[in-house]
Design a protein around this ligand. Structure first.
Ligand code: ADP
Ligand code: ZN
Ligand code: MG
Length: 511
């Protein structure tokens, strides 16, 4: 029996609006003392009236569009009724049958796909709806009391539900990564999983694969009762929990006792296992009904207002970095994964383009851009990011500006500094924030390419090492590298090794 996983995700994204979903309370009070960012509306006092936050609705529409969703023309809010101490009204304002966006899809790449797995996969987005968050409960260690912090109550959330289209935990992780990047690119959320800005419940079941090619796949495959896994606080835990469930459920199938009921399990990050929380018996009855206090949302006009604000999405940006600047696919991915790095790179490339047009070099930008992309990715992605990592800094706050970095790359490109000197220059730029030409001048790091100076140094090396010269003449051509080394030493590493070799070869040929 061959089994395959069926996975669907439900994701809550906390929207970073200025005020809460239905009241004017500060929505940026994450670190404020408990119950200081509250009002009668978000505390659920009787007689208060909610007013939908325009910015939250715009964010919802923007996010829906970015996920390829169709915008519901007449969307509305519904009351989802249940009782819990973190929900002061006794119902949550959510959306039931008319969510903001429906029927979206995302196509992604799984670079770690193994043999037989999908390299490119498409995930259907069932819906995106808006709702309010509940308060935060804090349980005492002895389990005898609980405290409620209403600061979080009423925070706007976008809930995104996917179709059960994921075929592996790795695909789920790739999707979440991209979703986080999209939310950050849109500026609608910080989408930090560790901080709970992005929360994910993962649903998983297994089904039997019919190996007979004569049988049409879609006609026989059916869904089995799923397990919903909660309490996932990082990308890693989503992946681990799903992997754990595959093993657990496979064992049940092999024992002839596959899951027959829908269950909810919690991920225990310390023990790296899932633990049964409850078994769903039938549909929970939330008695959804339209919230009579809130008018329907006319989203057609909001969609019109929001469309022009759509930024370039990561997938389009990666494609452009490959085409416009000739970055490799892997480099483009690494750069675009960090919006600040992408911005820095873009500015650097544009500075270089401008520099080249005034540099007097004959080869045009189009012919040279791939060379510059290679230099930039080498010096930026491996060297500069490495140095930043060592000092615990990052691109957002570093002292190196794109202008200075472009100047630095141009110097390397022109051979004004060799790679040893370049490392020193870059490090100094990072520490002191100076521009590279100033550093090179102050430290005397400019490559010696004055032939007169080099000739003298070469002559000295030849005179001081007669034995090496003899070896060279006797046919040990490699011996010349020793002489090159001597010249590099006497010029304190500032000579161009290629040029030195050329001069030496010419001289030795004449002796
Ligand atoms: P519920 O009624 O429990 O809310 P939904 O049908 O709304 O279930 O689906 C919730 C999530 O579970 C969605 O992300 C969906 O893709 C996923 N899902 C639904 N059925 C299955 C299944 N059989 N196996 C795995 N995931 C599933
Ligand atoms: Zn409030
Ligand atoms: Mg559902």
């Amino acid at each position: 029996m061959t089994l395959e996983p069926v996975i669907g995700l439900e994701i809550h994204v906390q929207l970073k609006t200025k005020s809460k979903m239905f009241c004017g309370c500060d929505n940026r009070a994450e670190d404020a003392p408990p119950n200081t960012a509250v009002c009668p509306v978000c505390m659920g006092h009787p007689g208060t009236l909610p007013v939908a936050n325009r910015q939250a609705v715009e964010f919802g529409v923007l996010a829906s569009l970015a996920l390829g969703c169709r915008i519901t023309k007449e969307s509305k809010f519904d009351r989802k009724n249940y009782f819990y101490p973190d929900l002061p009204k006794g119902y949550q304002i959510s959306q039931f049958d008319k969510p903001v966006g429906v029927e979206g899809k995302m196509t992604l790449e799984n670079p770690l796909a193994k043999e037989g797995e999908r390299k490119v996969f498409t995930i259907g987005i069932t819906r995106l709806h808006l709702e309010e968050d509940a308060a935060k409960l804090q349980h005492s260690a002895d389990g005898k009391s609980s405290l409620v912090d209403f600061n979080r109550a009423g925070t706007p959330l976008a809930e995104i539900v996917t179709e059960p289209d994921f075929a592996s935990p790795a695909e789920a992780k790739v999707f979440l990564h991209e979703l986080r990047l999209i939310m950050r690119t849109l500026g609608v959320s910080d989408a930090d999983m560790e901080k709970g800005h992005l929360r994910c419940d993962a649903n998983i079941s297994l089904r039997e694969v019919i190996d007979d090619p004569a049988v049409e796949r879609e006609t026989v495959l059916r869904f089995n009762p799923k397990t919903e896994v909660k309490n996932l606080n990082s990308f890693k835990s989503v992946e681990r929990a799903l992997e754990y469930e595959i093993v657990r459920q496979t064992a049940l199938w092999n024992a002839g006792t596959p899951p027959t009921q829908t269950t909810t399990r919690g991920w225990d990050d310390d023990k790296q296992i899932t633990v049964l929380q409850r078994v769903k018996e039938g549909m929970a009855d939330y008695r959804y009904f339209p919230d009579p206090d809130l008018p329907p949302l006319e989203l057609a006009s909001i969609e019109m207002a929001v469309r022009p604000k759509m930024p370039e999405l990561p997938e389009a940006k990666r494609a452009r970095f490959r085409e416009e600047y000739a970055f490799t696919a892997a480099d483009a991915k690494q750069i675009v994964d960090n919006p600040y790095l992408a911005d820095f790179t873009e500015k650097t490339m544009s500075e270089l383009h401008e520099w080249l047009s005034t540099s007097g070099e004959k080869e045009p930008w189009e012919a040279q851009k791939a060379k510059f992309a290679k230099l930039v990715s080498g010096w930026l992605l491996s060297k500069l990011l490495g140095m930043l990592g060592e000092i615990g800094s990052d691109v957002r706050i570093m002292k190196v500006t794109p202008e200075n970095f472009a100047e630095f790359v141009a110097m390397v490109h022109q051979g004004k500094i060799n790679s040893t000197a370049a490392q020193e220059v870059l490090r100094t730029m990072l520490e002191a924030g100076q521009d590279p030409s100033q550093i090179v001048a102050e430290k005397g790091l400019e490559q010696v390419s004055d032939v007169g100076d080099l000739e003298l140094a070469c002559d000295n090396a030849i005179l001081a090492n007669p034995k090496v010269v003899e070896d060279y003449k006797a046919g040990t051509k490699n011996a010349i590298m020793f002489l090159v080394g001597q010249v590099m030493k006497s010029t304190r590493g500032k000579a161009k090794p290629d040029l030195v070799r050329e001069i030496l070869e010419a001289k030795l040929g004449n002796i």
